[in-house]
Design a protein. Structure first.
Lengths: 561, 205, 700
């Protein structure tokens, strides 16, 4: 058990070392300062801007930024939807797959354009190499870059800068962050055994004479951006548990680190924009602490295993390895499960449906809060939404009307910030209630009892939080699921983005109030702890009943057996 | 009309970014893979003594014979099928599949399946370990734990008329350790181990 | 100012000083107040009024539904359980009380203002006014017909019919109706301060001609009435933002509760509608929702109790945010009257010579300064050496900046600003003594005001007028600094004097030789840096600065223009009060924040009380960490706590959380422990206690 926790701790230490450096690099990129690769990248960017007709120096208002995001995402979504529907006619289709149903293609396009990558399909049997490479992989870059751009624009506004230009931010995110890292990462993966081929599946005769079909494809380049961009949509149905996506413990470490790196580092990017590294560290440790607790309880539960199986089969404690790979074991799977739901990546290296109830609790809790690192760009922004709410609620207690970074929090900001609080209840609880009212016709639940409730809630939470992982036993490849989760995907993505950017715009145009002894400093341990308290209380208040009837009830049920 | 201009701009940026991320980038990677690392890039396909492809070094297989070490339970039968099971309508047989049971710990079906597996192991006289009882995540897990390998050692040795001491070094040889001796869990690659056993006992030509 | 140097600024403590012995503004009977509040609590149940407060409105709707469920428990389908009617009835009663308590809180807060308004209204009777017509004749008209610009004549014994400016006559006026100050005030035309009169006050001697400055219903008293009554009370920006947040939280909980039965049904653990409503009410922020408007009204009221009329809640709120106080030196930092401390001779003159000339120059001077010069001269043995009935006074004017006496035989004695006297002497072909500047500087360095004295063309010396810094003022500025408020002193004194006084009084910055334009410039400069500025003023030339400042407090003794430009009027005309008003503003915000935090923190305990017991079928009774007796007792306990906490907190809402002049971090730490952590823990204890009682009574 100690060995397991040691490797978890070491992974996190590596990340804590990388994050400030990487965060600083991203700040340089978006502050348009020169970086190491300027010479190589500048001509590429110039070419992109020239073709796209983007003027590098144009700044956008909040409204223009939002409009640019919505229109470009719509164009990309329609483009990808068309590619998917034309799959049967396009080349690079060695397994001769037909076009998917329109609702599945729609769900897939929406799911990938929203950086969610919720998959109601199995990659091997549904999408051709062309669809994966030309359609889905493309959205993995642009949706991640869109998220990053939103995060950066939000940070700019919060720190009193103009929001910037969406197309420039989108491009810089790809050319200077996502693509270079993907390139190096893909090489490493390739070296470690991840396939990168256009050849059709290998059909072999096994040692015992049966026929084995070994799915393969251009995986390596797809795999790395899946992790780095918090996308999470696997090339293969079983995602990062598949030996071709994640063949060994090295690739697993690499994938875990790339998955967590951007959301962790963005906090430091903020620190540099705000010229307040202290606050960045405090926020980092705050999130880190919550994260570690969730990893801890999840890992312990997996290590202790299923009480009932332990009693009847082993007569002693054995880890719960259902849905887990031997090479990852309980520790790396628990760490991954919590990380992937914390960062809204959604890739899995073990089945969440088969996690112990504590794991179900942690993964759901992560997606409810959306700030324990949180999604690409948006997670960091949510963190500040909670900071703003904390300032508003507790800040009054210092006898001044609330201000964050010297800017007054007024009605407009509260309306926009609290809109974010409303998204989950609307797009998770309401559709869950509907689906659970028709368990036989709509829900497609595969596990009975409390866990069944968790399956449904998890699916909508994953959609609304733009995570993409699932309690995959759920029979979700139906018209109902495709359409209803599409609504949650869109609502959970674009409503907060609109609110965030309007909020940033409004903050950017406020006259900052100079700091005095009477100003509530937000870069203190006290305030950071209070923020953590507010986050937990608001989160718990909204989702306690669901958690109580889902994983908590299941946990007690297992204890009773 | 601003909206038209914005749409055109969006189309242009979509096109150029698509070219970069979905065409140029993958093509470079495919070329590098095929030229410099063809073995890995094509799925680490391994051959038997006769040079026929028998599987991938990274993907597990079903083993039912006593002469082989057995793999973990799989929800998708390791993406393999017998001659009788061949079914042209089944896309999965053409494309390959992966998958897990997705049973919740509280699901009675899980317990039923576990009891069945446990009974089979008991029948073969093998002590149950967690990896042999629980189904894998991918359904293609190439590994079993070292403990599970040793639990099967006696039966395999007996079936092959070898002494366990002859097989033990092979288990060690095919155990993939932790990365940097720290990360992940050690696992014995069942296919490689079984292939080596076949090599060991190959009829001399 | 009493010498409470180490005690915190407490807005509830009345500053002493100029207002000592003043009788208090309309007294309000406590008993009458509560009776009225209870009556009002019921009238506020009107749906149209309730809808303004979304949180309490929802409780009210819930009450109506549970009332229906009491009549027919199976209204929304049959529910298992015993004594449902009794249980639902109890829920209905508790919910009803919750609404009533919230209304009561608001009514109590409003009540004080209303009582004050009634007292004011009684002074406002329809009187007959003598209107001066253009042809000079007088027409008797009703005071309500008077318009801006009309002229009226008032004579001793009359009520002044409307607000106006004195244009002729000198008279004393009893203004106790609005200020509570019983001593009559002298009114005369032309002077900035003494020329404005207020409708409803009474002239007690002589007669005045007044030009009306306010249309009917728009006078000062009318404004005061509507302000203290809160009839025109509009929510402050912060209150609106908070209401939005509370409404969103309420909506979130509404969604949580509305979807809960579907989830619960799926896991075969159904809950009844009555319990869902109970859970909803327990979760939505009823505590702060019920007390929010009371806190705001009470804040305004506290300012009013302090004899300051705020024109809006926004102004009171802004006080809490003030970064910079712009203060006039005289009257605020120093006592209004400077006292002669020393005569400093120049050239060959002796101290006695200076004393003699100064004495002669001050015999007609009735200002405190002049009197103190006479006193000092007498002490030094000077005596009158001429027939003062034949002497002639030369009054001070802003233009000459000196005063004095013309003695018989063409002898002129003068005292005044050093520069002015120099000019005077030069005009009489006199010499400027070489050591004059040294004497002038010496006095300045001591923080005093130097006055030169001259006889004809000869400067005798300098009078050292000592400024007396108000006791305790330095400590108050220290406290302000700790709260993050900077003070800027404005004075007409020269640079050196100003620097010395600034140092002694402990202000952060000062502007010497300040003109009214400087005042505006300072305010604008500070505002450009994003600061909120508060200032006091009384003169007409202060009006632009008062309007420019974020918080402008006009002295009631000041001109109509100043009062209209300001957003607060201090009835006692005590500029020091600005400091207390800042504390009241902060206290208001702290109270609002503390109760919001408390209210939200409370929810955790309520969840742990209710959720485990209503989902026993789901097997989560182990979460019942409070070990509550039964489902019904748990639900009732949480609800009873939820209802009782409102009246329990009414006193706090009305008096405000005690404010200490600490920095923001210390304040947050203190209050978060008290109201945040306290808010988490307190209900666990309270609900458990109530549950024990209910179980003992056998209600559960």
């Amino acid at each position: 058990m100690l060995q397991g926790f040691f490797q978890i701790a070491l992974t996190l230490i590596i990340l804590a070392v990388i994050a400030p450096v990487f965060g600083k690099y991203m700040a340089r990129v978006f502050l348009k300062k020169s970086t190491l690769f300027n010479r190589a990248i500048n001509p590429i960017e110039r070419f992109i801007f020239a073709v796209a007709g983007v003027r590098y120096k144009d700044n956008m208002t909040g409204r223009q930024y939002i409009q640019a995001i919505l229109i470009s995402n719509l164009v990309m979504g329609v483009f990808v939807f068309s590619l998917l529907m034309l799959q049967g006619l396009l080349p690079l289709n060695p397994t001769i797959l037909n076009a998917p149903s329109w609702d599945l293609a729609l769900h897939t396009a929406i799911s990938f354009v929203t950086n969610t990558n919720q998959q109601h399909y199995s990659g091997e049997t549904t999408y051709s190499y062309a669809s994966q490479m030309l359609a889905l992989c493309f959205l993995m870059f642009t949706s991640a870059a869109t998220g990053l751009a939103v995060g950066i624009a939000f940070i700019r506004g919060l720190t009193g800068r103009l929001l910037g230009n969406f197309y420039v931010d989108l491009t810089l995110s790809i050319t200077r962050i996502l693509l270079p890292i993907s390139f190096c990462g893909a090489l490493l993966l390739l070296l470690a055994g991840v396939p990168e081929t256009l050849a059709s599946p290998a059909i072999v005769t096994t040692l015992e004479g049966t026929t084995q079909t070994i799915a393969r494809g251009p995986v390596a380049h797809f795999e790395i951006i899946k992790q780095l961009g918090e996308n999470g949509g696997g090339f293969f149905g079983i995602n990062s548990a598949h030996p071709f996506e994640n063949p060994n413990t090295f690739t697993n470490l690499l994938a875990t680190i790339t998955m967590l790196s951007i959301p962790m580092s963005l906090i430091f990017t903020y620190g540099i924009f705000a010229n307040n590294t202290k606050q960045a560290w405090l926020l980092f440790w705050m999130v880190f602490s919550i994260f570690i607790v969730l990893v801890g309880i999840t890992a312990v539960a997996e290590y202790q295993g299923n009480l009932f199986v332990n009693n009847t089969i082993f007569g002693g404690e054995q880890p719960n390895l259902e849905g887990k790979e031997v090479r990852f074991g309980w520790a790396q799977t628990a760490l991954w499960a919590v990380s992937t739901t914390a960062t809204m990546c959604g890739a899995v290296n073990g089945m969440h449906d088969s996690l112990m109830p504590t794991g179900g609790f942690s993964t759901l809790f992560n997606m409810f809060l959306q700030i324990i690192w949180g999604g690409q760009g948006t997670g960091t922004a949510y963190l500040f939404i909670y900071s703003i709410l904390t300032v508003f609620i507790t800040g009054l207690m210092v006898g001044r009307t609330p201000e964050f970074l010297g800017r007054k929090i007024e009605k407009k900001e509260i309306v926009l910030a609290s809109l974010v609080l409303l998204v989950h209840p609307i797009f998770v609880l309401i559709p869950s209630a509907i689906a659970l009212s028709f368990p036989d016709t709509l829900a497609g639940i595969s596990n009975p009892g409390f866990h069944g409730l968790s399956q449904v809630v998890y699916e909508y939470t994953s959609a609304s939080a733009n995570n993409g992982s699932g309690f995959e036993g759920l029979g979700d490849a139906t018209l109902w699921w495709n359409l209803s989760t599409s609504i949650s995907l869109l609502g959970g993505r674009y409503i907060p983005i609109i609110a965030l950017l309007l909020l940033a715009d409004s903050m950017a145009h406020k006259q900052p109030v100079p700091e005095t002894a009477g100003t509530l400093r937000t870069d203190t341990l006290l305030f950071t702890s209070v923020t953590a308290g507010v986050i937990l209380i608001l989160g718990v208040l909204t989702f306690f009943p669901v958690l109580a009837l889902g994983p908590i009830a299941e946990g007690f049920q297992l204890l009773r057996n | 009309m601003f909206i038209v201009r914005d749409i055109i701009k969006a189309i242009r940026i979509t096109f150029v970014l698509w070219l970069l991320t979905a065409v140029i980038y993958p093509l470079i990677m495919i070329v590098i893979g095929q030229v410099f690392f063809p073995f890995q890039a094509n799925g680490s396909i391994v051959q038997n003594l006769e040079g026929q492809n028998v599987g991938s070094a990274l993907i597990g297989q079903v083993f039912t014979s006593d002469r082989y070490f057995h793999s973990r339970p799989s929800a998708v039968n390791y993406s393999s099928f017998t001659q009788q099971e061949r079914d042209p309508e089944n896309i999965g047989q053409r494309t390959g599949v992966s998958g897990a049971s997705n049973f919740a710990p509280s699901n009675p079906d899980l317990l039923a399946r576990i009891n069945e597996t446990a009974a089979q192991l008991e029948e073969r006289g093998i002590l149950p370990t967690a990896d042999l009882i629980y189904a894998s995540g991918s359904g293609l897990d190439p590994h079993i734990t070292v403990e599970a390998a040793f639990n099967q050692l006696e039966q395999v040795a007996k079936a092959r008329n070898l002494s366990p001491d002859e097989i033990t070094p092979l288990i060690a040889k095919h155990t993939q350790g932790r990365f940097l001796w720290i990360f992940g869990e050690p696992g014995v690659n069942v296919l490689n181990l079984n292939r080596e056993l076949d090599v060991l006992q190959a009829p001399l030509e | 100012m009493d010498s409470t140097t180490s005690s915190p600024i407490s807005p509830r403590r009345r500053p002493t000083g100029p207002r000592e012995g003043r009788k208090h503004t309309p007294k309000v009977s406590r008993k009458g107040l509560y009776q009225r509040a209870i009556r009002d609590a019921f009238t506020k149940l009107n749906l149209r009024q309730m809808v303004k407060n979304p949180v309490m409105f929802l409780v009210w709707v819930g009450t109506i539904i549970t009332a229906l469920l009491t009549i027919d428990p199976a209204l929304f389908g049959t529910v298992p359980g015993e004594n449902l009617r009794v249980f639902n009835g109890l829920i209905t009663i508790i919910l009803f009380l919750t609404v009533l308590f919230a209304n009561f809180a608001e009514a109590v807060a409003e009540g004080r203002g209303k009582a004050q308004a009634d007292a004011l209204r009684s002074t406002k009777s329809d009187t007959l006014a003598r209107k001066l017509l253009n042809d000079g004749s007088i027409q008797e008209v009703s005071s309500t017909t008077l318009r801006r610009g009309d002229r009226v004549q008032v004579i001793a014994g009359d009520l002044i019919p409307a607000d106006g400016e004195v244009i002729a006559g000198v008279a004393s006026v009893d203004e106790s109706a609005i200020t509570g100050e019983s001593a009559p005030v002298l009114k005369e035309p032309g002077s900035d301060v003494a020329s404005s009169v207020t409708g409803g006050t009474r002239i007690i001697s002589d007669e005045l001609t007044i030009q009306i400055t306010a249309d009917p219903g728009k006078g000062f008293i009318d404004r005061m009435i509507s302000l203290v009554e809160g009839a025109e009370r509009s929510k402050t920006p912060n209150e609106i933002a908070l209401t939005v947040l509370l409404a969103v939280l309420t909506l979130v909980f509404l969604l949580v509760i509305a979807t809960l039965p579907f989830l619960a049904n799926y896991v075969q653990s159904p809950v009844s509608v009555a319990i869902l409503i109970a859970l909803l009410v327990a979760l939505i922020p009823t505590t702060i929702g019920g007390l929010l408007s009371a806190i705001g009204i009470a804040g305004m009221d506290r300012v009013a109790q302090f004899n300051v009329i705020a024109t809006s809640g926004r102004a009171v709120e802004a006080c809490g945010d003030v970064n910079t106080l712009v203060l006039d030196k005289t009257g605020t930092i120093t006592l209004g009257n400077r006292l002669a401390e020393e005569f400093i001779p120049v050239k060959e003159h002796s101290e006695d010579d200076v004393a003699k000339v100064a004495f002669a120059a001050s015999i007609f001077d009735q200002t405190p300064e002049g009197k103190s010069i006479v006193r000092l001269a007498n002490k030094l043995g000077s005596a009158l050496e001429f027939d003062w009935s034949k002497a002639e006074a030369v009054d001070f004017s802003a233009k000459t900046r000196m005063s004095g006496t013309n003695l018989p035989h063409g002898v002129e004695v003068r005292k005044g600003a050093v520069e002015a006297i120099k000019g005077f002497v030069r005009s009489r072909n006199g010499q400027i003594p070489t050591d004059l500047d040294a004497a002038y500087e010496r006095v300045s360095r001591l923080g005093g005001t130097p006055l030169a004295v001259a006889l004809n063309g000869d400067i005798y010396g300098v009078i050292y007028l000592k400024d007396i810094i108000k006791p305790g003022i330095k400590e108050r500025f220290d406290q302000l600094r700790r709260m993050g408020v900077r003070t800027i002193m404005l004075t007409g004194d020269n640079q050196i004097t100003a620097a010395v006084i600034a140092q002694e009084a402990g202000v952060d910055d000062f502007i010497a030789e300040a003109t009214p334009e400087d005042k505006i410039a300072v305010i604008q400069r500070e505002q450009a840096a994003g600061k909120l500025v508060a200032m006091t003023g009384d003169g007409t030339n202060d009006a632009p600065a008062l309007a420019q400042a974020n918080v402008g407090v006009a002295m009631n003794s000041g001109t109509q223009a100043a009062k209209e430009a300001a957003n607060m009027v201090d009835l006692d005309s005590d500029p020091t009060k600005l400091i207390d008003i800042v504390a009241i503003g902060k206290q208001l915000l702290i109270t609002r924040g503390a109760l919001t935090t408390f209210s939200i923190a409370n929810d955790i305990a309520k969840y742990f009380a209710i959720i485990p017991v209503i989902f026993t079928a789901a097997g989560i009774e182990r979460l019942n960490i409070m070990n509550l007796a039964s489902t019904q007792s748990a639900v009732l306990s949480a609800l009873i706590y939820n209802a009782l906490i409102i009246p329990a907190l009414i006193p706090l809402a009305l008096t405000g959380v005690k404010f200490r002049p600490l920095n923001a971090n210390q304040l947050l730490q203190r209050n978060i422990l008290l109201y945040g952590l306290g808010g988490v823990v307190a209900p666990f204890v309270a609900i458990k206690v109530i549950d024990v009682v209910i179980a003992a009574v056998g209600l559960g």
